[in-house]
Design a protein around this ligand. Sequence first.
Ligand code: BTN
Length: 260
Amino acid sequence: MSRVGTEPLNVDEIKSNLKTKIIGRNVLVFNRTSSTNDIARRYIEDKSNDGLAIFTEEQTAGRGRGVNKWYSSRSDSLICSILLIDNRLNIELLSLTTAVAVADAIGKPAKIKWPNDIILNNRKVGGILLETVPDKKSSSCIIGIGINCRQKTDDFPIEIQSAATSLDIESHSITDRNLFAKRLLSSVDHWLEIAKSSSRKIVEQWHLLSILSGHRVILLFNGKKFSGNCIGIDPEKGLILQLDSGGVRMFDAAHTTIIK
Ligand code: BTN
């Protein structure tokens, strides 16, 4: 049973007045799936599925980055995967662009903790999982996005209660997930169009939203620990640190985990 005030996700509501170029041209809503990223992969052969957005009320095998699982109680989150067929953007730039787009869809107080965490009030409200599907000729990509919407603090597992939040908790109101889904698709579409012509604009926006810029960072790169000051982001090579040990080094998102 859904929480009071939770409307089911609905294709027509998400698509009504959705004015996007590519993202959300096709929208599917499932009642229950394994990982939506896996479902999206099934649609990759048909190029007309470029921009397909898949939503589900419940995910039974949600994945986070690395070995992490992504758990969300039924109908409480916005669980979405967007399929990009023949993606031409570099994966680092795509990762920055998606984070900027998700933060923008949430609105002003939302911040980005590189590479994939979306932060509200110092707590994680959502995450992004980018998966590439290269074949011989092209590289397609699946953007998995999970945003906590209707949860109360007690709904999160005890071990993450102090680190997690939801749109409802922060806004003191009831999130309309259909409306938020529409905003999310519009925002991803908008920022992807910008990224295609100007990586500089994405980097500028990322800097405005990033909680790591200008701060001390400790990270693991391929399992090895590094620390330093975050002095920027490179749209092709990743996070730039002025290392405590001397020198400047870049860290790509796929091999990096932020410790602090
Ligand atoms: C993270 O914070 O580590 C990333 C979480 C990404 C979760 C989303 S929910 C939709 C898509 N399907 C998945 O299995 N994972 C992503």
